[in-house]
Write a protein that binds this ligand. Sequence first.
Ligand SMILES: C[S@@+](CC[C@H](N)C(=O)[O-])C[C@H]1O[C@@H](n2cnc3c(N)ncnc32)[C@H](O)[C@@H]1O
Length: 268
Amino acid sequence: MIIRDFLKRIWLKLSPSYRVSKRIEAQVENLQNKIPFISDEIKSLETTINQKYEKNIQEYINSLNHCRHMYKRGRDEDIDNSIDYFRLSSLELMASKFKEEKTTGECAELGVFRGEFARLINKYFPDRILYLFDTFEGFDIRDTEFDDEKNYRKAIHDFSHTSVKSVLDKMPYPEKCIVKKGYFPESINDDILPEFCFVSIDVDLYKPIYSGLEFFYKKLVKGGVIFVHDYENCDYEGVKQAVKDFSKAYDISYFIMSDICGSAVFIK
Ligand SMILES: C[S@@+](CC[C@H](N)C(=O)[O-])C[C@H]1O[C@@H](n2cnc3c(N)ncnc32)[C@H](O)[C@@H]1O
């Protein structure tokens, strides 16, 4: 009996599955021994990354503070927190330039949607009238058909979820806003509109951009500026085409701003 048990144990030890399980056990033990070292290494890596990151953040904050000092005025939170820093920052700098130089003229936005950019125009130009042109019902089929025929439009966006009230509610100076609801350029009607110093055109499609440029450029004061959003946006190729066609037809130059969608900028 004793001899049989002894032989059985020897046989078990020699079986492949026993040997495999022993090998795995040895590997686990080996790894367990290494874990403290691995976690130490991870911790030291973490510290290095954090130090490097903190250093970068600190350098960024220092340069921002330096810029604030150079500008002699604080950039507000809307600008600092915006992913489209250059667009907002340029708007604010234009506003302060016009104030400094006592440039006359009112402001307008063609293509307001929910008023995110219009809110900032209203904020940085508190003393000027802001004309808000939009259908407030999204794109018009007359414009979309044209862009679709030319294959300019590569994305479909719905801009119908807005209202005049919700837009005016977010304006810091709603008493300075005049809403021109309807299809542009029909919404101009026969109204006598003033001259403008700042106009934002943000309507995405060829026809309202071209007619917007034709209308507003004539109405700009000397030194006045038009931002045309989305010039480099490949979802709306009609923007670039309209800007180029207008520039060529009237022999008027423009430059491209390095904001997120590469706005085209006209200065009179
Ligand atoms: C991209 S959204 C404007 C975004 C806005 N500027 C902002 O800051 O969020 C485009 C707007 O242009 C308007 N729009 C497009 N074509 C128009 C036209 N022919 N007449 C009036 N509004 C138009 C649309 O209704 C839509 O609200």
